[in-house]
Ligand binder design. Structure first.
Ligand code: UDP
Length: 239
C-alpha cells in the first residue's frame, strides 16, 4: 500500500505543557484544537495513530512530593491529570470527525475504556485514534516512559515527540543561541551527552525494541511534516 507517511503506525507523545498554549496552567482549548487538526491531517496521510498525553500542565507528582506529599499519592494525582487532558483531546478530535477511544491505565469505566492491549490494537487497525491516559498506571514513572511502553506494545514504527522546538539541540536553543541542532542521533549519543529528549527509561525501552524516536516541533512543521518527512526534526535510532 502506498502511503506518503514514513511510518505506518506511530505513537505520539504530547506533553501536558504543550496543551497550555501561552497560558501558565491548565488547558488552552484553541491549542488543543490545533493539535487535533494536526492529528486529523496526519491520519489522512495513512498512518495509524495513538497518543500518550502528559499531565504536567495540571499536576506534577515530583513537585508535590518535594513539598512533602507522599510520592506515590502525588503520582496518582498526576496520572489523574492526564485523564483530564485525554478527554479534552478526545473532545477536540471527535468534533472534527475523528473517531477516538480513550483508554486509561487506571480503570475508570464511567469515563473511558480500561487499557486492554489487544483491544487497543484492534481499535488502531480499524483506524481509530487511541488516546492513552493515566500513563503507565504506576507511580514513579513518567508519561515519556509510558509512551515508550505503549509504542512497544502497539508495535509502533516510531515514537514521535512533539516539542516547542524543531528537534534536539546540544543546549536549550531558547537560552543559548549557539546551541547546535541535530538531524540524527543514536540512542547512545543521547545517554552520553545527557541530552534532554525523553527520560532515560523511555530511551532504554525504545532502544531495546528498535523504535526510532522522532522529535519535532508542534509549532512549525507539525505532526504531518514529521510523518511525511517534509518538516525539520531529529531522528534518534541505533546507528
Ligand atoms: N505519572 C506517573 N506514572 C506514569 C505517568 C505519569 O506517576 O506512568 C505522574 C507523575 O506524577 C507525573 C504526572 O503523572 O509528574 C504527569 O505526567 P508527566 O510529568 O510525565 O507529564 P508531562 O511532563 O508530559 O506533561
Amino acid at each position: 500500500p502506498e502511503t506518503p507517511a514514513r511510518y505506518k503506525r506511530v505513537c505520539l507523545k504530547l506533553s501536558g505543557e504543550a496543551l497550555m498554549g501561552d497560558k501558565e496552567f491548565g488547558i488552552d482549548l484553541e491549542t488543543v484544537e490545533r493539535y487535533a487538526s494536526q492529528v486529523k491531517r496526519a491520519r489522512e496521510l495513512g498512518s495509524e495513530i495513538c497518543l500518550v498525553v502528559g499531565g504536567g500542565n495540571i499536576f506534577r507528582g515530583l513537585q508535590m512530593a518535594a513539598r512533602g506529599m507522599e510520592r506515590a499519592s502525588a503520582d496518582y494525582m498526576g496520572m489523574l491529570a492526564t485523564v483530564m487532558n485525554a478527554l479534552a483531546i478526545q473532545n477536540a478530535l471527535e468534533r472534527i470527525g475523528v473517531e477516538t477511544r480513550v483508554m486509561s491505565a487506571i480503570e475508570m469505566t464511567a469515563v473511558c475504556e480500561p487499557y486492554i492491549r489487544r483491544r487497543a490494537l484492534r481499535h488502531l487497525s480499524k483506524g481509530i485514534v487511541v488516546i492513552f491516559a493515566a500513563g503507565s498506571g504506576n507511580p514513579f514513572f513518567t508519561t515519556d516512559t509510558a509512551a515508550a511502553l505503549r509504542a512497544a506494545e502497539m508495535g509502533c514504527d516510531a515514537l514521535m515527540k512533539g516539542t516547542q522546538v524543531d528537534g534536539v539541540y546540544s543546549d536549550d536553543p531558547k537560552k543559548n543561541p549557539d546551541a547546535e541542532r541535530f538531524d540524527h542521533l543514536t540512542y547512545l549519543d543521547v545517554f552520553r551527552r545527557d541530552l534532554k529528549v525523553m527520560d532515560q527509561a523511555a530511551i532504554a525501552i525504545t532502544r531495546e525494541n528498535g523504535i526510532p524516536i522522532v522529535v519535532f516541533s508542534l509549532r512549525e512543521g507539525g505532526i504531518e511534516g514529521a510523518l511525511a518527512g517534509t518538516g525539520t526534526f531529529t531522528v534518534i535510532s541505533e546507528s
